[in-house]
Design a binder for this molecule. Structure first.
Ligand code: AMP
Length: 215
C-alpha cells in the first residue's frame, strides 16, 4: 500500500506518518528528514539543500526524485510506503506515478491533513526539539516544565533552522503557491483523496486516519 500524507507544514505529517507507517508495517519516506540528515552529515547534497531549506524554498525536483528513487529501492519499501512531505510539486507527483507504475503499484490514497493557518504558525514557530533524546515540545501547546530544557532528559532544547517565524511564513506561502495546487492533480486522478481534520490530539487524528483507510 502506497499512501501520501498531504498537508501544509505543521499539519502533523511527520508525527502521524510515523504512527501510520508503524501500523501498516511499511516505511515512512520523509524527504525533509532525508535532507536534514544530509545537512547534519555535511554531504554535498546537504550543503546545497541546507541554504534552500533555511530560506523556506523548495529543493529542486531532480534532487528530490533521486532521493525518493533510492528510498523506494530499499528492500523495506517493496510492500509500499507512507510518503511524508513528498510530492510537493506537480512534476514530483507525475514522476511518482511513473515510478510506482513501473512496479505496478497504484497509489492507494492521498490523505490530506486540514489545519487552520493560525494553529500551523504556532505549531511550527513554537516547536522546540531535544537534540539529545529527540523529544518534541511546543512553547504554546506543551511547554517544557523548565524553560528551554527537555522534560525527558534535561538537555537544552533547540529550534529547527526553518522554524524561525519568517521562514515559517515563507514555507506556508510556498505551500499555497506550489504544493496546494497538487490537490487538484490528485482530485482529477483515479486515486481517492480524503480530507481529515488535523486538529486535536495525536491519538484523535490517528484514529481519524485509521477510519478513513479502513473504509
Ligand atoms: P519538511 O520537513 O517536509 O517540512 O521539509 C523541510 C524542507 O525540506 C522544505 O521546506 C523544503 O525546503 C525541503 N523539502 C522537503 N521535501 C521536499 C520536496 N518534496 N520537494 C522540495 N523540497 C522539499
Amino acid at each position: 500500500m502506497d499512501v501520501i500524507l498531504f498537508g501544509p507544514p505543521g499539519a502533523g505529517k511527520g508525527t502521524q506518518g510515523a504512527l501510520l507507517a508503524e501500523r501498516l508495517n511499511i516505511p515512512r519516506i520523509s524527504t525533509g528528514d532525508i535532507l536534514r540528515q544530509a545537512v547534519r552529515d555535511g554531504t554535498p547534497l546537504g550543503q546545497k539543500a541546507g541554504a534552500i531549506m533555511k530560506a523556506g524554498e523548495l529543493v529542486p525536483d531532480d534532487v528530490i526524485l533521486g532521493l525518493v528513487r533510492d528510498a523506494l529501492n530499499a528492500d523495506a519499501a517493496v510492500g509500499g510506503a507512507v510518503f511524508d512531505g513528498f510530492p510537493r510539486t506537480v512534476e514530483q507527483a507525475r514522476a511518482l506515478d511513473d515510478i510506482l507504475s513501473e512496479s505496478a503499484r497504484p497509489l492507494s490514497a492521498v490523505l490530506v491533513l486540514d489545519v487552520d493557518d493560525e494553529t500551523l504558525v504556532k505549531r511550527l514557530a513554537g516547536r522546540r526539539q531535544c537534540p539529545n533524546c529527540g523529544a518534541v515540545h511546543n512553547r504554546y501547546f506543551s511547554p517544557p516544565q523548565t524553560e528551554g530544557r527537555c522534560d525527558r532528559c534535561g538537555a537544552p532544547l533547540t529550534q529547527r533552522a526553518d522554524d524561525q517565524e519568517d521562514t515559517v511564513r515563507r514555507r506556508l506561502e510556498v505551500y499555497g503557491s506550489q504544493t496546494a495546487p497538487l490537490l487538484r492533480y490528485y482530485e482529477d486522478s483515479a486515486t481517492p483523496v480524503h480530507r481529515v481534520d488535523g486538529t486535536g490530539t495525536v491519538d484523535e487524528v490517528q484514529e481519524r486516519l485509521r477510519q478513513v483507510l479502513d473504509s
